[in-house]
Every structure is written in C-alpha cells, then in structure tokens.
Ligand binder design. Sequence first.
Ligand code: UT7
Length: 336
Amino acid sequence: MDKINAVITGVGGYVPDYVLTNEELSRMVDTTDEWIMTRIGVKERRILNEEGLGTSYMARKAVKQLIKKTNTNPEDVDLIIVATSTPDYIFPSVASILCEKVGLKNAYAFDMSAACSGFLFLMETGASFIRSGRYKKVIVVGADKMSSITDYTDRATCPIFGDGAAAFMLEPTTEEYGVLDSALRTDGKGLPFLHMKAGGSVCPPSYFTINNHMHCVYQEGRTVFKYAVSNMSDISEFLAKKNNLSKDNLDWIIPHQANMRIIDAVAHRMELPMEKVMVNIQRYGNTSAATLPLCIWDYEDKLKKGDNLIFTAFGAGFTWGAVYVKWGYDGKKAVE
Ligand code: UT7
C-alpha cells in the first residue's frame, strides 16, 4: 500500500473587529507605544468584546470560511480538534460546540491543551489520524480569546495578547505533500514561570482568587523569553538539518508570534532573510494557539505548491517544537 501523507488543502481564519491600539492601552496602564514596539513589536491587537461570545464564536467563523473555501460538505468531515487555552467552558469542549454550529453531523470532536504550542502539536496529531488511513477529512483549529484571561492592570502582560482563530483542512494524499516531519517536546519545567493560578482543580474560583487577579496569565517574562529563543531556534535548526533544508531551499519559517525579538532571533539562527519569515504580530499580538494558522491565513496568496515550510512554537508547560510542511497548492488561486 502507498504511504499516506496528510496534506493541508485549505485555511480559514477570523479576527474580531475591535482594534485595541497601543495608544488606548497607554491610557489603561503605565506604558507607551515606543516601549511596546521595541520590547514586543505589537502595534495593535483584536479583541472579542461583545458580551456572551467566547472562543467558539471565532472558531466557528474560521471553520465556516474554511468549509466554504474548500467546497466541503460538512457531513463529510470525520474529525475536528481544537487547540485552545481559553475554552468557552471547562466542559464541554469548544470542538463539540462547533459540531452543532457548523453542522458536522458525522464527526467526533475534542479539544487539545498545549498552550501556545497547541496548533503545532495539533498539526502532527491531525496528520496522524489521516496517515492511519481511517480518516479522510480532519479539521484542526487554533483559537484563543486571550483577552478573557489577560489582566488589563498588569502592564507586563496586557500589551502582548489578542484574540483570533484559524483552521486547516487535512486530507490524505499519496504524493510527497503535507505534514512530512515534526520534532515536538514537553518538559513540564515551565509551570512556575507561565501559568494561570486559579480556576483549575488545585485552586478553584473564590472571592480571594478573583480579588487577586488569579484568573489571568501569570508570566515571568525574562525566563520565558530565554527558553523560547533557545528552544525554538534549536528545534527548528534540528528539523531543518534532518530534512536537508537550508536557507536555499527553505521557503518560509512560521514562528509563533509571541515577541518580535524572539522571531528575529529564530530567523537569524536559521540564516533566513525576513522576507521568508511570516510575521503579523504587529497587527494581532499573541493569539496563543491561533498564531500559526493566522499567519498562513494572512500569507496564503504568497504560498506556492511545493514550498518548504517550517512552523515553530513555544508555550506554557514548557511545550515547543517544529513541524515541516511541504505546501500542497498555489495559494493565489485559493484566495482569488
Ligand atoms: O507565548 C508564550 C510564550 N511567551 C513568550 O514568549 C513571552 C516571552 N517574554 C517576553 O516577550 C518579554 O519578556 C516581555 C515582553 C514579557 C517583557 O519584556 P522584557 O524586555 O523581558 O521586560 P522586563 O519584564 O525585563 O521588564 C523591563 C522593564 C521593567 O522595568 P525595570 O524593573 O527595569 O525598571 C518593567 O517594569 O520594563 C518595565 N515594563 C514596562 N515598561 C513600560 C514592563 N512592561 C512594561 C510596559 N511599558 N508595558
């Protein structure tokens, strides 16, 4: 039997309309556009500010667009998996809500938790279902409403995050396209440096946790920064070498959009010019699990069949890794 690869056949995305600028943030906390641009590289981020709407609302918009663009009958979808740290509810999953909202009548669905590396891990996970031969259409979604866990009184974290969602369709092919290789890691050592203190089973919600802003992202920025730079750079270089990719035949690197200085460092290590690096941090900030697919959503028209792509991310856990994809279609045609 021929080897089955999992090829990406389309992308859909969604960001909310409301634009939170550095100017507005500098009226909320003691910060400046200049500090945020030089230390992080975010100019503005999108915020889902309508009451009663959660992550599944953005995910639903992204998946509906994906289904339309790929001409998919929703009843043909076998599986949908959502990577998120900000589900609508602790349970049920965002993915289960999507099944009803999008009309996926023959799919099963679940969420996956790997923080900012969620979508990276999900590409390999979704691809494995396709490679098994049992699944023909798998949707993978990265979606986060980071504004729901951001402390807008903490100047060290609130400029970083934004909201958004994006999704890929994965399908089988016997050609050499799609998710071809990956190197994924988790060490568990990151817990003290990046977590949400309350709301889980260790520390359920109480007046105390609410009064002390314990339902928001807690981050020791400098430590996380150091690990992010070294781990993303090392693993991307490792995966590139393993697949005989160098600055000459690697067409794109898609780094998690956490900090422009981290993105620069990874590009530098890979010896790639910035024209080969997907960057949209200035417009969306860090949308956690959504950054990687949102990059593809923005750059789709520039992608050509056969392009070599390396995705890389780093997040809470710590979790990190890199995924090698050979792109399967001319993006220009898909957006026309
Ligand atoms: O996506 C998951 C993974 N997360 C990441 O990859 C994030 C990694 N970390 C970072 O991106 C950076 O560490 C931050 C952007 C979070 C912070 O940047 P930094 O250059 O590491 O700043 P710092 O925390 O070391 O703070 C430097 C100074 C401090 O002042 P002092 O103590 O030196 O007087 C802060 O109080 O900058 C101050 N500061 C600010 N000043 C103006 C912190 N936040 C702000 C602010 N505006 N918003």
